[in-house]
Design a binder for this molecule. Structure first.
Ligand SMILES: [Zn+2]
Length: 356
């Protein structure tokens, strides 16, 4: 049997497609473990008294903790401290023998680390009943590693997949992955000069959720998307923090009233941050981000610039927009849309298509 050229080409195309598809698909990975942001809290335990501090988490079997206990007392820095589950807290309170992880009259600072392997809420007992006179002024740093149940993990995964699909419908770019996992710091970052992959640390998710700030959660994701897309498109400024902020601001403003509302909410998040501590960190480790007060000012100014700000970004973004997205702009333009520019780009694409 004679194999024609056409058959060979068809075979090659089929083989390429088989190998191409998995490589061109983005992966959204959401870790089943969520590390929370560190909680810093002060407690005063009076002489002869104890307290049971509730720990983060609803009682996952694999929940574990790292708790650093410091004492602000000048000399008497001893305290009995145990990490326990709800059952053992009750036993302790009723004067029975109880089980937990910790120390009797340990000298602060010290660390308690681990979990109880029970599906119950966790507590930290701070027991100063041995003391006759001296109250203990304690400073706690609590880090939790919580098992995310499958239903909640999927909710988070769907949110990220939804955001990615939204981008893909509107913009043309090589696929990148999004990884949501613990990274040991309250952070998010993009591999802007390489794959464009985004890492959204669970510590940052916990931080934005604790602040009940969905706007900040979204702004941070879009900031990273800005780094990734400008990098993948080969545009300068991909590694610039203020430009990534501008990208996030632009996308949210283009979303109309609901986008503006989220953007407004995200400003509260930066407002609550300690700019003096940020400035110290900038000097110490060379953080490239502007201080939060500067970021707020920049974002506010761009919001006030309104459509003149959006129009500048349209010029950069439209050439990378999908034909479908450009058609939508022409058919039913929304806030800040540039119909003329969208028409020009579509006409150029049509010309190129007929030339080919
Ligand atoms: Zn950044």
């Amino acid at each position: 049997m004679k194999v024609t050229d056409m058959q060979i080409i068809r075979m090659l195309v089929a083989i390429i497609l088989i190998f191409m598809v998995p490589f061109s698909m983005a992966e959204v990975f959401v870790s089943p473990v969520l590390n929370t942001e560190p909680i810093r809290q002060d407690y005063v335990v009076a002489a002869g008294r104890y307290i049971g501090v509730p720990l983060p988490g609803k009682g996952g079997l694999n929940d574990s903790y790292r708790i650093t206990i410091n004492a602000n007392n000048a000399i008497y820095k001893d305290i009995t401290a145990y990490l326990v589950d709800a059952t053992n807290l009750r036993l302790f309170e009723q004067g029975y023998q109880y089980r937990g992880i910790g120390y009797q009259r340990a000298m602060a600072p010290f660390v308690i680390q681990g979990g109880t392997n029970t599906a119950e809420p966790h507590f930290l007992i701070l027991d100063n009943r041995f003391a006759g006179f001296i109250a203990k002024k304690l400073h706690l740093n609590i880090e939790a590693s919580l098992g995310l149940d499958e239903a909640n993990r999927q909710v988070l995964e769907k949110a990220f997949i939804g955001a990615y699909d939204g981008l893909k419908q509107n913009l043309i770019f090589p696929d990148f992955n999004i990884r949501v996992e613990p990274c040991g710091q309250v952070n998010a970052y993009s591999e802007s000069f390489g794959s464009g992959d985004i890492h959204y640390c669970t510590e940052m998710i916990s931080h934005t959720f604790n602040n009940q700030n969905k706007g900040a959660f979204t702004f941070i994701l879009l900031h990273e998307v800005g780094h990734s897309l400008l990098g993948l498109w080969g545009i300068p400024g991909n590694n610039n923090e203020d430009i990534a902020d501008e990208f996030a601001t632009y996308i949210m403003m283009s979303g109309g009233p609901s986008g503006y509302a989220m953007l407004d909410q995200s400003l509260d998040f930066w407002k609550n941050r300690d700019s003096a501590a940020e400035a110290m960190n900038m000097l110490k480790s060379g953080d490239r981000h502007s201080l939060s007060i500067q970021r707020i000012r920049n974002i506010r100014e761009n919001i006030q610039r309104g459509t003149s700000f959006i129009n500048r970004w349209n010029k950069l973004i439209y050439p990378h927009s999908t034909t479908e997205a450009l058609r939508k702009i022409i058919q039913s333009p929304k806030h800040g849309d540039d119909v003329g520019l969208a028409q020009n780009i579509l006409e150029q694409r049509n010309k190129l298509a007929t030339l080919n």
